[in-house]
Design a protein around this ligand. Structure first.
Ligand SMILES: [Zn+2]
Length: 427
């Protein structure tokens, strides 16, 4: 529970259109950079550097709720979580071929000893090979929301969609060749589940392939095999997709799930990639049923992309009005007059599982307006009558009202909506 008190007039907000909630999506093009600052989700400072945003308390609260959800979804689907460091020796990135194929997107070495990592894959490959593996352990799925770095040119940086430090919802599945199609299909289903819960709107599915460029690993048989597996998985999943030559990872083709921003620019959010190269390079193996040593296939996947790009998309597509389950503040409690302050505080005390706050300064109308502009899903009003009866009247950020009901009933209703991850505030 958050019991931070919001003083009147300390928070700038977008200008409301009279008679209409200010965040109706259809009315205006939304730029997540502007809205994210207005809602105090994130900010940046030239002194810290371009492309290095920091998440403010409201943004961090929403992000943590999403991270917790993703970890839970992964755990329930057979993933084990790991934590790995965001730097490594150049030799590691030589082995992973990043220095050969990806160096221009990497920062130069921190010193002679260490480099900032461009992806989590090399560490996860090392985790697989940390001990001998048996076929009985496969598919072995490991996941991490981990930091990685991209040396973006300063001209393309902005807000959360193009950044230099990235927190990626990443995962790697090591499996037998015969398991790849099933595993990719399973990942596609998981991605759809995550998108539905988060409110992501995919604009298209893409099969990203190589072209003639030298940046791709030269191994025709490997590319053909991986492409076939991905086409079959997409077909099994009944997904319509388009081919995108030249957009593959340097080590293999991938399924990219695209989202579009309000300016019409498309970006990749979720992805599933099949990699026959890294397991060979890293000397990964498992003991098969006949005791022979076999090389696993490595599937790289992200359900929801990086936290930065995900939130750039969510801020725009939802006009900042997040579903209750990851709204930074879920409930603002507003006593009508100082005589109801204690009753309002007791509502907060009864809601330890919610992100709730008390709002006491300024006129009731101004406080309702501020809470609405901040997209707080539930505004609880406690007047003289409600205080005397142990009740609270709920007003939703879209203007709908729920007549006074007992505090316990109201909190249960909110808790139900949060737990179900419904996008309808009435559940
Ligand atoms: Zn990877």
């Amino acid at each position: 529970m958050i019991t931070h008190i919001q003083a009147r007039g300390t928070r700038p907000g977008p200008v409301a259109v009279p008679g209409r909630p200010p965040f109706r999506k259809e009315t205006v093009m939304i730029d997540h950079r502007k809205l994210g600052r207005e809602l105090e989700l994130f900010d940046s400072d030239p002194l810290a550097g371009a492309g290095l945003p920091f998440w403010l308390p409201a943004g961090a609260a929403a992000r943590h709720a999403v991270e917790q959800y993703l970890r839970e979804l992964e755990r329930r689907n057979g993933y084990q979580h790991v934590v790995s460091p965001p730097l490594g020796r150049p030799a590691l990135f030589e082995l992973s071929r990043h220095l050969e194929h990806f160096a221009e997107d990497m920062f130069s070495a921190v010193d002679d000893e260490l480099m900032l990592r461009p992806s989590l894959c090399p560490h996860h490959a090392l985790i697989y090979r940390a001990r001998g593996r048996s076929h009985r352990e496969l598919p072995l799925r490991i996941a991490e929301i981990g930091q990685m770095f991209r040396a973006e040119r300063s001209g393309v940086l902005g807000g959360l969609s193009r950044v230099r430090v990235i927190a990626l919802n990443d995962g790697h599945t090591f499996c037998a060749p015969s398991q790849v199609v099933d595993e990719v299909g399973r990942e596609l289903r998981l991605i759809r589940r995550a998108h539905a819960d988060l409110g992501v709107r995919a604009s298209s599915f893409r099969l990203s392939l190589r072209d003639d460029s030298a940046k791709f690993i030269d191994d025709d048989a490997m590319w053909a095999k991986a492409e076939e597996v991905l086409r079959l998985s997409l077909q099994n999943a009944g997904v319509e997709y388009e081919d995108a030559p030249g957009e593959a990872a340097f080590y293999g083709p991938k399924i990219d799930i695209q989202v579009r921003d309000d300016a019409g620019r498309e970006q990749t959010l979720s992805t599933v990639q099949v990699d026959y190269d890294k397991p060979q390079r890293f000397g990964l193996s498992y003991a098969d049923a006949d005791a022979s040593h076999q090389v696993p296939v490595m599937i790289h996947r992200s359900l929801a992309g990086s936290m930065e790009r995900l939130f750039a998309h969510l801020i725009e597509v939802q006009a900042g009005a997040f579903p209750a389950w990851y709204a930074p503040v879920q409930l603002a409690v507003l006593p009508v007059a100082p005589a109801q302050d204690d009753a309002a505080r007791s509502v907060l005390a009864a809601a330890p599982g919610l992100r709730a706050e008390l709002s006491v300064e300024g006129s009731l109308g101004a406080r309702v307006r501020q809470a609405t502009l901040r997209r707080i899903p539930y505004i609880g009003i406690v007047g003289e009558r409600e205080a005397a009866a142990g009740q609270i009247a709920l007003r939703l950020r879209d203007g709908r009202e729920i007549p006074a009901q007992s505090v316990a009933e109201a909190l249960e209703r909110i808790a139900r909506v949060v737990a179900s991850r419904s996008h309808d505030l009435l559940g």
